[in-house]
Write a protein of this length. Structure first.
Length: 83
């Protein structure tokens, strides 16, 4: 997964969520395959689950890095307080 410099926070977090859903699915398939004795397929599914988790971590790290690079005085859109 590539994250462009112009990608916004919400789209990166949405991508992380999609990747984690894919990882859950692939992990369940790997689990089921082990139960059925399909070890090669279990291995493949476990690897694809790991890749999806890595992609989710990358997306979340990008959001965190962006937040850390913003000046402390810059408010996150939608979080302004009104007095």
């Amino acid at each position: 997964m590539m994250i462009s410099a112009g990608a916004d926070r919400d789209s990166m977090l949405a991508e992380a969520m999609r990747e984690l859903e894919a990882a859950i699915h692939d992990a369940q398939v790997a689990f089921d395959c082990i139960g059925f004795g399909e070890i090669d397929q279990a291995h493949t599914s476990a690897l694809t689950a790991r890749v999806a988790i890595d992609a989710a971590v990358t997306a979340v790290q990008a959001v965190l890095a962006e937040a850390a690079s913003r000046p402390a005085s810059a408010a996150t859109p939608g979080t302004e307080t009104h007095r």
